[in-house]
Design a protein around this ligand. Structure first.
Ligand SMILES: [Zn+2]
Length: 290
């Protein structure tokens, strides 16, 4: 029953529509394993993970996408960050109780989602997504409808299979080359894709799913790309953060605790710096400036 995490791209060539299908059970479990959130928050993180994977796969360049939800409800923040290698990480901040019955709006309160696209080389782009609909997929559908981008639809499921967290989803997008006659075909493909069930995404092989949904269509399936949990935090990044802080703040923490402990909130990695480490850092920085 175990299925490898992978992202699949496919194409309806005659209809000028591209598609993606992703399953992220293992990656999802690894992200949740770092934390201890209420079930409803886990499910929301699963949706956000699938959305990030699907959107990252539409990038035409090296870079990463961060989807961040923030609000004034009990779920203060939810973040998933992924890059074009389909390396994913995520975290949530919850204050107060979150029961299973709460809707997206009740969990997040007054809030919104920020999409940040950061090319490895190039300028950062940010878009704001209103959280007016009841699921993350619907909110993103609204966003694509309102912004002047290629017509895009997302289908996202998160839940459980055999008592273990599971998540997966699909994306359809018209190609830039599509003519006006593609609209009808796109709508038809959306109808077919909307019949996908969570359990099918969590357990069936890609070919089985594509056959089940599109057996009357002409689909080209490309080689899959693995999806993994990966955090790109490092000692060097922590050093850069420390060097950007005012000296007196660092002195204060060192004086109080003897060392500075930076814990990565995505993966739990611990980075420790004592007085000696900090002095060495400053010495190197001085050398670089002069
Ligand atoms: Zn980390």
């Amino acid at each position: 029953m175990s299925k490898h995490d992978q992202l699949n791209r496919f194409l309806f060539e005659d209809d000028a529509v591209r598609g993606e299908l992703v399953s992220v059970n293992e990656t999802y479990r690894k992200i949740l394993h770092q934390h201890n959130y209420p079930l409803a928050v886990n499910l929301l993180l699963g949706e956000l993970l699938v959305a990030t994977s699907l959107l990252t796969a539409t990038l035409k360049f090296d870079g990463d996408i961060t989807l961040q939800i923030q609000g004034d409800g009990p779920v203060k923040m939810l973040v998933i960050n992924g890059n074009n290698y389909q390396q994913m990480r995520g975290v949530a901040r919850v204050e107060g109780s979150v029961t299973n019955q709460l809707s997206l709006k009740q969990m997040v309160g007054q809030g919104y989602m920020v999409i940040t696209i950061t090319p490895t080389n190039g300028e950062r782009y940010q878009g704001i997504v209103a959280l007016e609909s009841s699921t993350i997929a619907e909110c993103l559908d609204d966003y694509f409808k309102q912004s002047e981008q290629l017509q895009t639809r997302l289908f996202i499921h998160s839940g459980e299979i055999n008592g273990q967290p599971a998540a997966g989803g699909m994306l359809l997008q018209v190609l830039p080359s599509a003519g006006s006659e593609s609209q009808h075909k796109f709508d038809h493909l959306v109808q077919l894709t909307a019949t996908i069930k969570g359990e099918e995404l969590y357990t069936l092989e890609t070919k089985q799913i594509l056959h089940r949904l599109y057996h009357e269509e002409d689909v080209t399936l490309y080689d899959p790309q693995p999806v993994t949990f990966h955090c790109n935090c490092s000692k060097e990044r922590c050093e850069n953060i420390l060097l950007s802080l005012p000296d007196e703040d660092i002195e204060h923490i060192l004086h109080e605790r003897g060392e500075i402990d930076i814990e990565c909130e995505f993966c739990g990695a611990d980075y420790l710096f004592n007085q000696q480490d900090i002095e060495e850092l400053k010495r190197i920085k001085k050398q670089q400036i002069h």
